[in-house]
Design a protein around this ligand. Sequence first.
Ligand SMILES: [Zn+2]
Length: 275
Amino acid sequence: MVAVLAAVFGSLIGSFLNVVVFRVPAGRSVVSPPSACPACGAGIRSFDNIPVVSWLVLRGRCRDCGAPISARYPSVELVTALGFAAVALWRLPSLEAAIASESAARIAGSLLELAAYLFLAAVSIALALIDLDTHRLPDRIVLPAYVVGGGLLTVVAVLNADGWGLLRALIGAAAAFLFYLVLGLVKPGAMGFGDVKLAGLLGLYLGWVGWSALVIGIFGGFIVGGILALVLLAARRVSVGGGIPFGPSMLAGAWIGLVAGPAIWNGYLAFAGLA
Ligand SMILES: [Zn+2]
């Protein structure tokens, strides 16, 4: 039930992300003008704007001129729907524990924490696509995300009286930002400043979850990036040093750290005979 609600909400957000990914790199407004067919300019009717469903009903063609509509649009809506459902299911035990505690503050905190992660999921999908398209991570998305993500986590920290969590988040943001900044300075060209600013945002969330999430989330980006580079090299899709954007790997690594970081860390300690 929760997963279905989250998926429906996610598909609507995914529809908006299509607009963001298309317009933000071009410096255009994401609210006006309303969406139109790029081929004939006819406005998209509201009943043709239902995520995934409309594309299937129209068989991927504009209702007015019949020009093909890229399968990318429903794909982004579907991926966002599945991502939101996964985040909701991941947060469900924490939400249920808050409801069982019958503390209004804890329930509100748990819901706002869910909102903070859903927001990060939406930002992650938009940034990954824009980085793949344009090799950029626009300030117009990354910088407001610090305010929204940091603001939501601050309110959660106040509601849960979790000052340590907030402090960890700030240390995580500073540590990840500085780590990437040093990498960028030591090896110019390897890291763009966009990557440095994204690292701070991811460090904020990872630090919030815990130290193990922070370590695994940051290094996970390099492992994902390394595997991706090897696969693409083997498939001869890129040449050595032929710019693969690093943002998507950073984002994937961070999500591994957020969701599985503590479990991976404990598993590693057990494996190494340290715990
Ligand atoms: Zn058209």
